[in-house]
Design a protein around this ligand. Sequence first.
Ligand SMILES: Cc1ncc(C[n+]2csc(CCOP(=O)(O)OP(=O)(O)O)c2C)c(N)n1
Ligand SMILES: [Mg+2]
Length: 604
Amino acid sequence: MAYVLWSRHLKFDPSAPQWFDRDRFILSAGHGSMLLYSLLHLAGYDLGIEDLKQFRQLHSRTPGHPENTHTPGVEMATGPLGQGVAHSVGFAIAEQYLSAKYPGLVDHYTYALCSDGDLMEGVASEAGSLAGHLSLGKLIWLYDDNGITIDGTTALSFTEDVGKRFEAFGWHVQTIDGMDLSAVDAAIVAAKADPRPSLICAKTVIGFGSPKLAGTNKAHSNPFGADELAATKAALGLPNEPFYDPEEAHLAFAPAVQRGQEAHQKWASAVAGTDLETLLSGIELDWSNVLPVISDKIATRKSSETIIQALAPVLPGLIGGSADLAESNLTHQKGFGDFSPSLPGGKNINFGVREHAMAAAVNGITLHGGTRGYGASFLIFSDYARPALRLSALMECPSIFVFTHDSVGVGEDGPTHEPVEQLTSLRAIPNFNLFRPCDGNETAAGWKVALRSTKTPTLLALSRQALPAVSPATPGDHPAEKGAYVLSEAEDAVITLIGTGSEVQHCLAAQKTLAEDGIVARVVSMPSWFLFDQQTDDYQESVLGEVLTISIEAGSTLAWPRYADVCLGIDRFGLSAPGDLVMKELGMTPEAIVEAAKALVAGV
Ligand SMILES: Cc1ncc(C[n+]2csc(CCOP(=O)(O)OP(=O)(O)O)c2C)c(N)n1
Ligand SMILES: [Mg+2]
C-alpha cells in the first residue's frame, strides 16, 4: 500500500520536505516507523542508510516511533494509536479551509495509514464521525486490515464491520486485497475522485514472506532471529544482506520525485506575490493596537471573547471552535461563518461533543501550517483531550486551547464539573504553557503569548465568574508575558502572596487587611509557571522576594511547595452550590490568606 501510494500518487519534494502544497502522509500506526523511514530514504529525503542503521538508538533520527521534531518528512509524532488518524482530520480541515480562501494555490490530499489498533481507539470514531459530517473529501485513510494485534487475532476483541461503521459516518468505503498493487492503485484513484472522506480497508498479511511468523501476532514485535530472517528474505527473493539498499529500489520512486518537484516549481511561481505568500511568511501584529484594554469586571472567558473578535479580522489563519460549548467558552469569531462543506472558508468549527478528536484536529490544523487552530471546552474536560494535549507539547505544536470554567467557581454543576487537579496535572506536561489569567488584560497577554509561540502549545484557563480588572492596562506589553510579576509591591514586606486567576483578587484584599494589622505583604500574580520558569534567576528572585511566601489557587496544592512556604488550595472534590459559596466553603477567601499569613509570620 505504502509503495503504491508513494510511487504513484503522493505529491512531495524530498529536497523541500516542508513545501507547503505537498500531500500530507501520516503513519498513524507509528509502531511501523521503519516503513516510514524506509520510504523517506528511498524517496530521497535527507535520511541516509546510516540513519536507518541507528534505528531506535540514542539521539538518532530514526526513533522508535516517528517524531516530527527528529526526522525530515515526518509530519507528526505517532505511536499512541488513534492519534495519527485523528490529527489527519485537522490537516484535512486546514487544507479545505485554505483551498477555499486561496483557490488554485492550496490543493493537496491528506493520507493516513492506520492499523486495527488505530481503528479500535475511541478517538478514531470521534474523528471519523467529524470528518464524515464535514465531508472532508481529500482525506484518505488506508487501513492495514491484517486481522492481527499484539495479543492475537482481532477475533479476540474486534469483530464489528469497520467498513459499515465508516459508511454510517458518511465515508466512501472500499474493501480490497491490500497485497495486490493494482487493486491498491485503483482504490486510491477512486478514493481521490469521491467527494467524501475515504476509507480503504486493505486485507493484508502481517510479516508477509516469513514462513513461520506471517499472519501471526508474533510478527508484530518478536525479533525474527537469524534463521527466520534468512528464510523470509529467501522467500521474498532478497539477498541475505543486512540493510540491502539497491539502486533500483530508489529508482522506483524517481518518477514520483520528478512529478513532485515539477509541481513544487509550478506552485512556487504561482504563489509569488499572493496573499497566501504573505500569510505563510508570518503575520506579526501591532499588538498594542490590536489588543483591547479591558477595564470592566467581567469573566476572563468574556474578555477572551472580546479579544477573539479583535483578532478574527487580522488573522486569516486563525480557525477553531468549541466542543459544543461555544455559548459558554465564548470562542465564536462573530461574522466569520461556520466551517462546512457549503462554507469551507468559515472560520468557526463546530467540533461537536468530541473533545479528544477536537484537540487532535486542532493540532493537525496547527501542524498543517498557514492555519493556527484553537479548541475549547470546560477545563474539567481537558482530561478527555489529554492524549492530544500531551502530543501537542511533544510535537512542539503551538496549538491554542481555551478551557473555561476553570475552578470550583463553576458552582451549581457540582464536583463532576469542577476542575481540582487539572491545573497541576497539566503543568506537569513538559513544554506545555498553562496560562491562568486574573483579569481581562492578563487574558490579552495570554492570547498574545499563545499566538506568538512557535514551539509550545498554550492552554488558557479562564473563569466562568466575573473578575475585577486589577492588572496593568498595557496591551501588547504586559508583565504577565513573563509568567509572573509583582502586581503590588510593598516596601519592607515580610511576606509574598502569590495567586493565580480568580484568587489574585483575594491576595490584594488580604494585603490590605494585613497592612491594617501591621503585616506588610506584597502580591505576585503568576498566570504561567511555564513562562516564569524561563526567566532569569535574578528576575525570578526579584518576583518571589526573599521573604516568606503563601500561594493560593483554587486547585490541587500538590506542586505549589515549589514556590510557596504555605499553599492554600483545594485537595478534595468540589461541591454543588452557587460558585461564590463553594469558593468560600473551600477556603478560597481573603480571610483564609490573612489567617495563614498571620500564622506564618508568627512562626506558628
Ligand atoms: C493508545 C495505545 N495503546 C496501546 C499501544 C500499544 N500497542 C502498540 S501496537 C498495538 C496493537 C498492534 O496491532 P495493530 O494496531 O493492528 O498493528 P499491527 O501489529 O497489525 O501493525 C498496541 C496495543 C499503543 N501504541 N497506543
Ligand atoms: Mg493489525
